[in-house]
Design a protein around this ligand. Structure first.
Ligand code: FES
Ligand code: FES
Length: 161
């Protein structure tokens, strides 16, 4: 059985008519065409499917479509301002924090939420904040560098140690 589910997606009010038990990840990728949100493990362990739900990071592979109802959803397609990349995205590019790129949308989503809550993080805090996002390629060093750099771009923040 299907029903209409209303939510805000990247700043625009939308609705889908779907089985409320479907995965939110599939609604976003298949129904809304937003394929930036990735499926890695499909069981809540890799962070590839991270989205913002009312400003908090959630894993869309373990969310149902019903849980989108009434929420403010931001995917990687919606983090940038009009015509420009988000500072986190720019820093990931400038610091060479992207290799295959599969983990990058989830990493960026988690980093944006983290830096909104913690404008001046220590490196250890960045590592901790991104510990739920797995990357097979980079060894994480350049990702942490990028988030530190983004903190400076966004807030003049970031500190040693
Ligand atoms: S695909 Fe959702 S956590 Fe891995
Ligand atoms: S850049 Fe390839 S998985 Fe992170």
């Amino acid at each position: 059985m299907t029903r209409k589910i209303f939510f805000v997606l990247n700043g625009i009010s939308v609705h889908v008519e779907t089985d409320p038990a479907r995965r939110a990840l599939d609604v976003l990728r298949e129904d809304m065409g937003l394929t930036g949100t990735k499926e890695g493990c499909g069981r809540g362990e890799c962070g590839g499917c991270s989205i913002l739900v009312d400003g908090e990071v959630k894993l869309s592979c373990i969310m149902t479509a019903a849980q989108l109802e009434g929420k403010d959803i931001v995917t990687i397609e919606g983090v940038c301002g009009e015509g420009d990349l988000h500072p986190v995205q720019r820093s990931f590019i400038e610091r060479g924090a992207v290799q295959c790129g599969f983990c990058t949308p989830g990493m960026v989503i988690s980093s944006v939420a983290f830096l909104n809550a913690n404008p001046s993080p220590a490196r250890e805090e960045i590592r901790e904040a991104l510990s739920g996002n797995l990357c097979r390629c980079t060894g994480y060093q350049k990702i942490v560098d990028a988030v530190e750099d983004a903190a400076k771009k966004m807030h003049g923040g970031g500190r040693d140690g």
